[in-house]
Design a protein around this ligand. Structure first.
Ligand SMILES: Nc1ncnc2c1ncn2[C@@H]1O[C@H](COP(=O)(O)OP(=O)(O)OP(=O)(O)O)[C@@H](O)[C@H]1O
Ligand SMILES: Cc1ncc(COP(=O)(O)O)c(N)n1
Length: 265
């Protein structure tokens, strides 16, 4: 029986991140992808030039249409843009008891663009993160959520601990793509008991656009395929590393990762 994963996220017109990355990742895992679009970005490999929200009513309609017709095996959220959309999404997920939930708290893009307004950060903290099976902040998002600066592995651990306790997330994965030197690509897992360091090979490329979206979508796909959470994270980490090794040198800025690397010659 084909498994189904839902992404609730924004569109990246440049095709590297957002819903486009999520659906490619689901397809790679042979999981059927369904999607509820929250916003449209005018974006390319150089950055985001405009953002427009989808109406909250339309976000809800998309989720309702999907849930009326499909059994959903896992969900990921990405760019949610504003507090009203976050509140509606959090309410829908709670009502439907969708617990296989990966929250990628998209707030700031790699190119520095703010992808979530200030009031929305509070709704994310109060309403969505507590429902998540796992939350996957990057370095900058973890700094905002933990209200501390992150420069070392010890800092990453402390931030994960704070996010776990203050925001009641079940598992926190602080991602290391934004760290420098030998720490780049080391992710810190904290489940309330153990810290685990997930180390991938460091890939020397500027084409890293969409790594975070791809990682969280791959975790959701592996959960849909009935892996346990830690195995799903390990498999997703391996997938992102290989996709980075096959990243695409497209555009003048940060190109996308190569989601379908086995098809490349
Ligand atoms: N150059 C790299 N080499 C190896 N792994 C990397 C590299 N860059 C990012 N990663 C890995 O990619 C995954 C995504 O992490 P990252 O910190 O880039 O997330 P992000 O900033 O949310 O991504 P995005 O660019 O989509 O916003 C993590 O597992 C991270 O360790
Ligand atoms: C629609 C959308 N969602 C998520 C991201 C984050 O990805 P990145 O940090 O690689 O730009 C993005 N840029 N655009």
């Amino acid at each position: 029986m084909t498994k189904v994963a839902l992404t609730i996220a924004g569109s990246d017109s440049g095709g590297g991140a957002g819903i486009q990355a999520d659906l490619r990742t689901f397809a790679f895992h042979c999981v059927h992808g369904v999607s509820a679009l929250t916003c449209v970005t005018a974006q390319n490999t150089l950055g985001v030039s405009a953002v427009e929200a989808i109406s909250v009513a339309m976000v809800i309609k998309q989720i309702e249409a999907i849930l009326q017709d499909f059994e959903i095996n896992a969900v990921k959220t990405g760019m949610l843009l504003n507090g009203t959309i976050i509140e509606a999404v959090a309410q829908q997920l709670k009502q439907r008891h969708l617990s296989q939930l990966v929250v990628d708290p998209v707030m700031v893009s790699r190119t520095g663009a703010k992808l979530l307004n200030q009031q929305a950060i509070d709704s994310l903290k109060q309403l969505l993160i507590p429902q998540a099976l796992i939350v996957t902040p990057n370095r900058y998002e973890a700094q905002l959520l933990s209200e501390m600066e992150i420069n070392t592995i010890e800092d990453m651990k402390q931030a994960a601990n704070k996010i776990y306790h203050n925001l009641r997330a079940k598992v926190v994965l602080v991602k290391g793509g934004g760290m420098s030197g030998s720490l780049k690509g080391v992710d810190v897992w904290f489940d309330g008991n153990e810290y685990e360091l997930l180390r991938g090979t460091i890939v020397d490329t500027k084409n890293t656009h969409g790594t975070g979206c791809t990682l969280s979508a791959a975790i959701a796909a592996n959960l849909a395929l009935e892996k346990d959470l830690y195995s799903a994270v390990q498999a997703a980490k391996n997938y992102v590393t290989t996709a980075l090794q096959h990243s695409l040198n497209l555009g003048a800025g940060n190109g996308p990762v190569g989601h379908f690397f086995p098809l490349l010659s």
